[in-house]
Design a protein around this ligand. Structure first.
Ligand SMILES: CC(C)(COP(=O)(O)OP(=O)(O)OC[C@H]1O[C@@H](n2cnc3c(N)ncnc32)[C@H](O)[C@@H]1OP(=O)(O)O)[C@@H](O)C(=O)NCCC(=O)NCCS
Length: 167
């Protein structure tokens, strides 16, 4: 496994970001975590959105200020994943479900330890912007995502668990 770094999205990443996005779709994944709405927008519009989300002056009222990154392989600059760090959880969705950190690893590069790296880098970034505690939301239908032992290893504690039963 190669080392990753956090890179702010820029116009130069357009082609590789589109290719990254297509990989999720071709694997049947329509939603890409950690990169709000890239899965729903053209790249240039999405870049503007990332920029707007990064400042308290321009963020929409119902969302938190976010720093969005590609996680890029240091050796060749390939986009391996995404992560965003939300500064404040001032709305119900974020505080109950979304959390501060959203992230994803591209399907072809999973099970190689990249999420483990991302979950070291994202809290470091959170600390650098003044947060002392972060929350991360997990989806119950995602086996990898709910592997609690893995999160415990990364120093996350399980804060809540919701069980559902179809009647
Ligand atoms: C969850 C996700 C980020 C894991 O990425 P990854 O790079 O494959 O993870 P890693 O290789 O670092 O492995 C992390 C741990 O999860 C386990 N794991 C990974 N995929 C798994 C799967 N499909 N089923 C069971 N366990 C799995 C690994 O064995 C490892 O545990 P270990 O350290 O005890 O061995 C990736 O599957 C993904 O992007 N999913 C879609 C988005 C998402 O769920 N994001 C997280 C919530 S915001």
């Amino acid at each position: 496994m190669d080392e990753l770094k956090l890179v702010r999205p820029a116009p130069v990443h357009m082609n590789s970001a589109e290719e990254f996005k297509r990989e999720f779709y071709s694997c049947g994944e329509q939603v890409i975590n950690g990169i709000t709405l890239l899965d729903q927008m053209e790249y240039d519009k999405w870049l503007e959105n990332v920029e707007r989300n990064s400042s308290p002056k321009t963020i929409r009222k119902d969302w938190g200020v976010a720093d969005t990154f590609f996680t890029v392989r240091k050796s060749d600059g390939r986009i391996i994943g995404t992560v965003d760090v939300i500064h404040n959880l001032d709305n119900e969705f974020l505080s109950k479900y979304g959390g501060h950190i959203g992230y994803a690893v591209r399907p072809s590069k999973r099970r190689k330890g990249y999420a483990t790296q991302i979950l070291k880098m994202a809290p470091q970034h959170a600390k650098s912007i003044g947060l002392s505690r972060v929350m991360l939301g997990c989806y119950s239908d995602n086996l990898a995502s709910i592997k609690t032992e893995f999160y415990k290893k990364q120093r996350f504690e399980i804060a809540s668990l919701t069980m559902r039963c179809k009647l």
